[in-house]
Design a protein around this ligand. Sequence first.
Ligand code: AVI
Length: 324
Amino acid sequence: MLLENTLTIDAAAVQFAADVRAGLDRPGQKELSSKYFYDPVGSALFEAISVMPEYGLTRADERVLRQHASDLASMVPAPLLVCELGSGSGKKTRWILESLCRLEPVSYYPIEISPAALASCERELAQVNGLTVVGVERDYLDGLREVAARRKEGTHLLVLFLGSTIGNFDSEADRRFLQSVRQTLVPGDCLLLGADLVKPLNQLLAAYDDPAGVTAAFNLNILARINRELDADFNLRQFEHVARFNEKTSSIEMHLRSKKPQTVTIPRAEFMVQFREGETIWTESSHKYSVAELKTLAAASGFHCKEQWIDQEWQFAESLFIAI
Ligand code: AVI
């Protein structure tokens, strides 16, 4: 067992090194995948971002779920298994689960690769009456397939994909991902998708470049992580956080800009990389949807959009998709 764990950790480190090398070795735009933001430091910084006054996304997500949880509960079929892609802290999911449990007992399967996140979600939801929580330590699609395989005949699935994580997928990858989700479902199963909507530019830029520098620290931490895990020698003070809106793709892009010409060594990736002054590493895209685009996305991935609840304070949509 110990050996198996060690191998898993090593495999993740090897993958991280390979991805860092491939991303920084690209001709043209250098890239690092935003999935590598979320080590323990990055996850804590993301928690801090989500309470920043400039970043309304997380609060909007929670507000819509709280306001419309009982509407949702009345629209989904029973009996039901609930699974969530990414357990988060479990805080906002509580509203939905409590409403569902008022109607009948519910089994809830948070799917998450981080055992620490699963444990805190289980703690958060332990007191909900009528709820059984079964953590699934897998990536999203493998975990979903596993839960789908466990369901009894006649039981429907409600898949939760909240927090606008869908917006961090590469362009077109959102549709491909939802198509893969759809393939694990049967007609009548449901997907509740949380997605951030397009909003005024000044509001978006402040959300991704807050004056206290929390988002900058979140972005720079990816370089600190490469230093910690791959023995690299990035000097974080020689890079700066950049957030800009790409009108064509309707996305906020985060980059790290090199303040001067420099060379960085990454021993565990057996790699050395040079930066020109002003050159950037593209670290994240956060797509901002329109309401109509979400309906089109549903249709393109095998769903019908049955209902949309929109937060008016911070344009954010919770869409209920039904598998057709
Ligand atoms: C997790 N995800 C939806 C966040 C977003 O807004 O795209 C990640 C984030 N990046 C910067 N701030 C927050």
